[in-house]
Design a binder for this molecule. Structure first.
Ligand SMILES: [Zn+2]
Length: 340
């Protein structure tokens, strides 16, 4: 995952006045290179002051950069120790982890007698999260090929982040409003509209420049705040905190916000490397922490979704909902799941 915040920190920065004075402009041939650990063949690493401008996004990461490489060399560089290593492998292992979890979920769901749509939602959710991670891996592996490859893969990386954010919404809405179809479609439509606007704006080149940095942040903050609207609505529909299940889910949603919020905090603040430039070139940088919190938030949301689904399978819909309270239990073969 890269950042919805924009170019800085990922692809360098078109028009980023912060980084330009900190770098020397040198020719490719004069760049000093050092050999690195790993099965890298002839690949070497360079310092921040020597990287191509489009890779110069974070001046506090002072070394460990790959020079301009061919696509094949980029793939080989995955096995080198560079400042992209942990960015790449956190999300490679994230994909493997989520795929394993999905396979386990499918066998678990069978015991809960899901409707076909439930299985489709469970699969699409995990596939969306895995796509987000995979697009991030593509960006971090190939961003040193050229400026055009860097910006193109970065845009798709942002699409992956927007897709994952939208997935938090539409899966939550699917379960939360399964007993209230009108509101489910209403919130789906509004969340999808914000998703399309977000993706559309991020494919407009000017929007990715520093000039629109504030607007980019504003867009995602609005999207995050908007999430409280269906949450509050659902809270009252299910009887508020008097319902123990509501308590459990609300706490899980708050923890999700905390995980995503921590990821954004590290990304935007460039903490901890800004305190000690050069100390976190390879391990512990803000972008790596952003990646880790991203994977954790995906896993966490899957756990919350399973719990919500388990509740619906156990208790059905509220008596005053427009849907038959037992409708969702119609396919249940295990009578112990029926409310008594
Ligand atoms: Zn990233």
């Amino acid at each position: 995952m890269s950042s919805v915040d924009g170019m800085r920190g990922d692809c360098g920065a078109k028009g980023d006045e912060l980084v330009k004075p900190l770098r020397g402009r040198v020719s490719e041939s004069s760049v000093p290179k050092r050999r690195v650990y790993g099965c890298c063949g002839s690949i070497s690493i360079i310092d921040y002051k020597d990287v191509p401008l489009y890779l110069a996004g974070n001046p506090y990461i002072t070394s460990g950069y790959r020079p301009k490489l061919s696509p094949l060399e980029c793939i080989k560089s995955m096995f080198c120790w560079t400042n992209e290593s942990i960015n790449i492998w956190t999300h490679v292992f994230g994909v493997i982890w989520l795929l394993t979890v999905l396979l386990m979920d499918l066998s678990l769901l069978r015991e809960l007698a899901p409707a076909p749509s439930d299985v489709i939602v469970a699969v699409l959710m995990m596939v969306s999260f895995m796509m987000c991670l995979a697009l991030s891996v593509v960006f971090h592996v190939f961003n040193c090929v050229s400026e055009i490859v860097c910006y193109t893969t970065f845009k798709w990386d942002v699409v992956g982040v927007a897709l994952a954010t939208f997935t938090f919404y539409w899966t939550g809405i699917y379960l939360a409003f399964i007993c209230y179809p009108f509101w489910r479609y209403f919130y789906w439509a509004s969340a999808f509209t914000v998703f399309l606007v977000t993706v559309g704006l991020h494919h407009w080149d000017d929007f990715l420049t520093d000039k629109y940095r504030g607007w980019r942040m504003f867009l995602f903050v609005i999207w995050a705040i908007y999430g409280f609207v269906p949450l509050c609505h659902w809270y009252f529909l299910y009887g508020g905190f008097e319902n123990e299940w509501v308590q459990a889910i609300v706490i899980r949603v708050i923890i999700l916000y905390a995980l995503v919020g921590m990821g954004f905090f590290f990304y935007l603040s460039r903490f901890p490397e800004r305190l000690k430039p050069g100390w976190f070139n390879y391990v512990g940088s803000s972008h790596q922490l952003w990646h880790v919190f991203g994977v954790l938030s995906f896993y966490w949301w899957h756990c919350a979704g399973l719990q919500m689904f388990s509740y619906l399978r156990t208790y059905g819909c509220p008596a005053d909902s427009p849907v038959d309270p037992l409708r969702h239990l119609a396919n249940t073969t295990n009578s112990s799941l029926h409310p008594q």
